[in-house]
Ligand binder design. Structure first.
Ligand SMILES: [Zn+2]
Length: 328
């Protein structure tokens, strides 16, 4: 009897073990599948393949419906695809507070308003949007300047952006982009180039300005990520033909202030200093690296960060900063 009981118990134990192992292996397979999906999604995001990214994130959300990181990613992807209303409605369902969600929602709101209120005119690579009624001459001149600049930048960087670039030529301040930008900012690139219509009266000003902002658009397309601002501004100033003025007065900017957005700087003199360092540091890079390799540095920075990108050329941010600081 005891023996039968023992056999029976062993049998139950074996059955239990098989079902346990089966469950474990199923869990492992699911985990591996999810890991693979996350990997694939990151690649889609890097390549700005929004359709693939949206599909994958929606699949991941089925498994983890309350993952706030995934929810924020989906909101951002909807925004990138121009699905502004859907994006806003989706954020409205969030049960958590998030600064990022708020920014995405505001951006969706602004772009939705723009899509209703701005008129537009297309050229081969650009969509020009405007709130007032600029003269036909202004419209065609802006588009011509941009197309010529576009050709030059394609050749300079050996890079051809896939997407059409948007330029907002605004009269009303509500289309100038960031609401709290300081006085010294003439134009910005925030996914769209934004230039005040008034600037068009001053040709010597607005041509380099368009070239400068267009360079930011190219850098954005090449890097597919946020790169340190000094690198971005230094490249844009190199391309727009800015020359390096005498060494600025005052304290030396730290690497951290040079990496972050200069828009935070309300003081014009301090802002000038940040631009000076940016240009000086990029000029230092160009003493050692040919211009055509800048594309590589931008791409590498987008993927692995600035230190890794410069390391390849025997350079570092700190060394560049030290070198230009000695230019007094
Ligand atoms: Zn700039």
């Amino acid at each position: 009897m005891k023996k039968i009981l023992l056999i029976f118990l062993t049998f139950i134990l074996v059955l239990f073990s098989i079902s346990f192992l089966k469950k474990k292996s199923e869990e492992k397979a699911l985990f591996q599948k999810q890991e693979q999906l996350v990997q694939e999604t990151n690649n889609c995001l890097k390549q700005s393949d929004w359709i693939c990214a949206e599909k994958n994130i929606r699949t991941l959300l089925k498994e983890e419906p309350n993952d706030t990181n995934l929810q924020l990613h989906l909101a951002g992807i909807l925004l990138e695809q121009g699905k502004y209303t859907e994006c806003k409605e989706y954020i409205a369902t969030f049960s958590f507070n998030s600064e990022t969600a708020k920014i995405i929602e505001q951006k969706a709101e602004q772009l939705l308003k723009e899509s209703h209120e701005l008129s537009s005119e297309d050229s081969r690579h650009f969509r020009l949007e405007f709130d007032s009624s600029p003269s036909k001459t202004d419209i065609y001149e802006a588009l011509t300047v941009l197309e010529v600049a576009y050709d030059s930048l394609c050749r300079l960087f050996n890079f051809y952006p896939e997407e059409r670039i948007h330029l907002v030529l605004y009269q009303s301040k509500e289309f100038q982009g960031s609401a709290n930008r300081p006085e010294w900012v003439g134009a910005i690139f925030d996914g769209k180039l934004r230039v005040s219509l008034n600037v068009m009266q001053y040709r010597e000003l607005y041509r380099p300005m368009l070239l400068h902002e267009l360079t930011h658009a190219f850098v954005h397309s090449i890097s597919r990520a946020n790169i340190p601002l000094w690198l971005n501004e230094g490249i844009a100033q190199t391309v727009d033909g800015s020359s390096l003025e005498p060494f600025p007065q005052g304290n030396i900017s730290s690497i951290q202030t040079l990496r972050e957005s200069f828009i935070k700087e309300k003081n014009t003199e301090n802002a000038k200093k940040l631009y000076w360092y940016s240009l000086a540091m990029v000029k230092k890079i160009l003493e050692k690296v040919p211009f055509e390799n800048l594309k590589n540095i931008i791409q590498e920075t987008g993927k692995n960060g600035i230190e890794k990108a410069l390391e390849k050329y025997g350079l570092s941010e700190t060394e560049l900063l030290n070198e230009v600081s000695k230019m007094r």
